[in-house]
Write a protein that binds this ligand. Structure first.
Ligand code: SF4
Length: 434
């Protein structure tokens, strides 16, 4: 059987240009490149004897990125056959979840697709499934583990699939910020208005220990679909909000709630960029943002929107709120991944859409709605490079290990962290229900 060489199907523009994220190949070789460089011979690829091989990590990734060579060498057909056989053997004991940003080769295996929170809820609603194979990124698998039943095991096929935005805030930095704010606001009259000086709010796209930090400190989690509601909840309890890790979602939500731009400060600028000159800025702030961003959504610009409007008169522009405020302002609509799907599903035939979100989702929407014209706002289209680390070879590997009675690449949040993270998540859920 001929060795299939997978290409890095990172989409490119018509003129062949590729996005910055496609330079991932420099720091994370694709399976094809890895095969060429590292795989010795077809004969040496016995899955049962081969030791996992270490691949280079992206900067900041602390999790291993390993797979036996044999799986990396399998053809798409062989992987399909093995995945199907393992699924049939595992039956109802297994559920496979696929995030909207996964490529088609992964989504085709998913029992359910959705955003991170919807998938975590889906997993919790399937208690008969012992194994939850989460085709997403690390923080999503953590949330699924927190919300799932104690007997359920959550598996991230490739543990190196992280989220570059989530990695931009870590617990040590956030605690350092929290202590500094605590010092700064200590002299405020505590009970003048019954409000706390500051309430921590973390975006779903964050590590479990940051969700736990919010749980312990009177804070809450938000998603991109309920951020405004969550900020209202926080302002009913505090004078200010510390929002992490996404600067853009925080700013877009705060401005939409009518908070003045001068009442929005960026914490990290105080440390790194000289943007906050005195403590008074932090005293006057209503929202203190963490300087984190999504490398996928940061690519969209107001210029691209102007070009789309010039090229397609009547085009509707919908973007994700992880885009900059300039982009959100220039768009017709903005909202979560689920919102974007919904508005396109409900649009009449003939509608033209320029969409500012991850390319795999945009391509899928275009395929599923051929009666509409749907394209990505960025002509040099770009996938989420961390989601991209989930490949069918990893699915085949972890599924066959499950069939053999071995759980590998499990994501398990320790009990103390899970307890407090759940508090913050449940505050969000209770707020939603209210
Ligand atoms: S699209 Fe952005 S926020 Fe979402 S997982 Fe990828 S890097 Fe993280």
């Amino acid at each position: 059987m001929a060795l299939e060489i997978l290409t890095h199907d990172n989409p490119s523009s018509a003129d062949g240009a590729t996005c910055d994220e496609s330079t991932e190949r420099v720091i994370l070789p694709t399976l094809a490149e890895w095969r060429t460089r590292e795989a010795p011979t077809r004969e040496a690829s016995d899955a049962t004897t081969d030791e996992p091989t270490q691949r280079p990590r992206h900067a900041g990734a602390e999790r291993a990125d390993r797979i036996p060579r044999a799986y990396a060498l399998m053809t798409a057909e062989e992987l399909d056959r093995r995945i199907a056989a393992a699924r049939a053997t595992l039956g109802e004991r297994l559920v496979i979840l696929g995030h909207h940003y996964q490529r088609a080769e992964i989504i085709k295996y998913a029992d359910a697709r959705g955003d991170s929170f919807k998938l975590a809820q889906f997993a919790a609603a399937r208690p008969e499934a012992d194994y939850i194979l989460f085709c997403g990124v690390h923080f999503m698998a953590e949330s699924a583990d927190i919300l799932s039943q104690p007997h359920q095991k959550v598996i991230l096929p490739n543990p190196a699939a992280g989220c570059s935005m989530a990695d931009m805030a870590n617990i040590a930095e956030v605690e350092e910020c929290w202590e500094a704010l605590d010092d700064l606001y200590r002299d405020e009259a505590p009970d003048a208005d019954g409000l706390q000086p500051v309430i921590p709010v973390t975006y779903m796209n964050s590590a479990a220990n940051l969700k736990a930090f919010c749980g312990r400190n009177g804070g809450i989690v938000c998603t991109s679909s309920n951020a405004a509601q969550v900020l209202r909840w926080a302002f009913a309890r505090g004078r200010r909000v510390l929002f992490f890790p996404d600067e853009h979602l925080g700013r877009n939500t705060a401005l939409a709630l009518g908070i003045a731009p001068e009442q929005i400060a960026v914490w990290n600028q105080r440390l790194d960029f000289g943007g906050i000159e005195d403590d008074q800025t932090l005293r006057d702030a209503k929202v203190i943002l963490w300087k984190g961003w999504c490398s996928t959504h940061q690519r969209f610009s107001a210029e691209q929107i102007a070009e789309a409007r010039a090229q397609y008169p009547g085009v509707r522009v919908v973007v994700h709120p992880e885009c900059s405020h300039e982009v959100v302002e220039a768009a017709d609509e903005n909202g979560s991944t689920e919102y974007i799907i919904k508005v396109i599903e409900q649009a009449p035939a003939g509608t033209i859409w320029a969409v500012g979100t991850e390319i795999n989702l945009v391509k899928r929407l275009a395929d599923e709605h051929p009666d509409q014209t749907i394209f990505c706002l960025d002509p040099i289209v770009c996938p989420c490079s961390t989601m991209y680390r989930i490949h069918p070879a990893y699915l085949a590997w972890v599924l066959e290990e499950l069939v053999a009675g071995r759980v590998i690449n499990q994501v398990s949040v320790d009990a103390a962290t899970a307890e407090w993270a759940k508090v913050a998540l449940e505050r969000m859920l209770a707020n939603k229900a209210a």
